[in-house]
Design a protein around this ligand. Structure first.
Ligand SMILES: *Cc1c(COP(=O)(O)O)cnc(C)c1O
Length: 389
């Protein structure tokens, strides 16, 4: 059984729960690795999208490395079998403890986000008697067409070392003996559907890499980050994201020097479409203004993206899907005591009743991982299509 379905007369488990379609996850991983392999590209899975152990195992078995943004993610990646030499560690605020832990784990490279961080990593590496690989995360000042909260590569963003500071960074690297620059790292944002943003990124990377080459710095790797978007409007139209177009864009626009490896950090595009949040309608009501509300037993505690950045998720009434029902305008809202706890406003939706089972689609990335205990709610469980629950 791939997508979650409700069959009349059969019991649906206690809600809410996350549901993962493993067949789709495998097809997605297969497409991503096949397309990347055409150009010899390496993929690191962005752990922050989802750390469900069964999903991590699947991803790790497909041969992906890990991209971590905290020391806890580094530890989680190691514990789940990702080889340390395939782990990269980014983040604007790495603590000393997190850095030490990652040095001890022997990760492939730190993606460094400030000049000060270079000094701190150098000092900690010296204390541990190690020499560690670093890549400079450079803010290329590329502005992708996506939500401002998930855009990270424009000049005023907190992420990365400004392209105006790379001269200074290079000067510093000459005097720091316990770090070794192996590459450059970029990540311009997330949910980017227009591939021309990636072409623009590749163009900027070419300029910056040429600048380093002209100063005699040999870069062993170029890391383009992640950000490939998915179809939230119509997940069934594009269940597997356009990895072919994504990697081809880089192949066509990115200049790669002999011996240089190219790395990517994909999160959302790997896991988003295989996940659904299954919830029940608890109550329905009509406001004085005549608007219909369906109140569900899942809320922003299970899926915060709509409340956090106005994200759109397709919602389906699975129970109504088995019957003939009139359509109406509905807002679908959770039970949390926050006005922002609304999944969708005034959408065309089948007449909904108490007990109906709904699916909120495309929730495999940045869903369960952002769950909270707000209102003292327990974390919802996960269920899997291959029934090994
Ligand atoms: C979030 C993040 C990613 C993954 O982004 P997606 O849009 O989920 O592919 C990759 N690299 C870094 C540094 C990140 O912070």
């Amino acid at each position: 059984m791939p997508k979650y379905t409700v069959t009349p007369g059969t019991l649906v488990p206690s809600t809410p729960f996350y549901y993962y379609d493993f067949d789709l996850l495998r097809r997605t991983l297969d497409a991503a690795t096949t397309e990347a392999a055409k150009y010899g590209y390496h993929i690191h899975y962005a752990m922050k999208a989802n750390v469900e152990p069964r999903i991590l195992r699947e991803i790790q078995c497909a041969g992906l490395g890990a991209d971590c943004v905290s020391g806890y993610e580094v530890q989680c990646a190691v514990e789940n079998g990702f080889p340390p030499e395939k782990i990269v560690f980014a983040g604007v605020g790495k603590s000393d403890r997190e850095i030490e832990g990652a040095i001890r784990a022997g990760i492939f490279a730190f993606n460094c986000e400030s000049l000060q961080e270079l000094e701190v990593i150098d000092a900690l590496a010296a204390r541990l008697g190690r020499r560690v690989n670093i890549a400079l995360r450079i803010n290329p000042n590329v502005r992708p067409e996506t939500h401002k909260y998930i855009s990270t590569g424009q000049a005023e963003s907190k992420f990365g070392i400004s392209y105006t500071e790379i001269d200074q960074a290079l000067g510093k690297l000459h005097s720091l003996n316990h770090i070794r620059i192996v590459g450059l790292h970029f990540h311009i944002g997330s949910q980017i559907r227009n591939l021309s943003s990636f072409a623009e990124l590749a163009g900027r990377v070419n300029e910056i890499a040429a600048w380093f080459a002209s100063r005699g710095v040999e870069l062993e790797h170029l890391n383009m980050g992640g950000g490939l978007g998915i179809d939230y409007e119509d997940p069934d139209a594009e269940p597997v994201p356009d990895f072919a177009g994504y990697f081809r864009t880089f192949h066509e626009h990115l200049r790669v020097a002999p011996g240089q490896t190219v790395h990517f950090e994909l999160g959302r595009s790997i896991v988003a479409q295989c996940g659904e949040l299954i919830t029940r309608v608890l109550y329905t009501k009509t406001t004085a203004g005549g608007a219909n509300f369906a109140i569900t037993d899942a809320g922003m505690t299970e899926l915060i993206r709509p409340a956090l950045y106005g994200a759109h998720h397709r919602i389906e009434n699975l129970t109504a899907g088995t019957e003939e029902r009139a359509m109406g305008l509905y807002s679908i809202a959770g039970p949390i005591c926050e006005s922002s706890d609304v999944f969708a406003r005034d959408i065309e939706f089948p007449e909904s009743r108490r007990g109906d089972v709904l699916s909120i689609r495309s929730t495999g990335a940045y869903g369960s991982i952002m769950a909270s205990n707000y209102n003292m709610r327990p974390i919802a469980p996960s269920r899997f299509s291959d029934k090994l629950n």
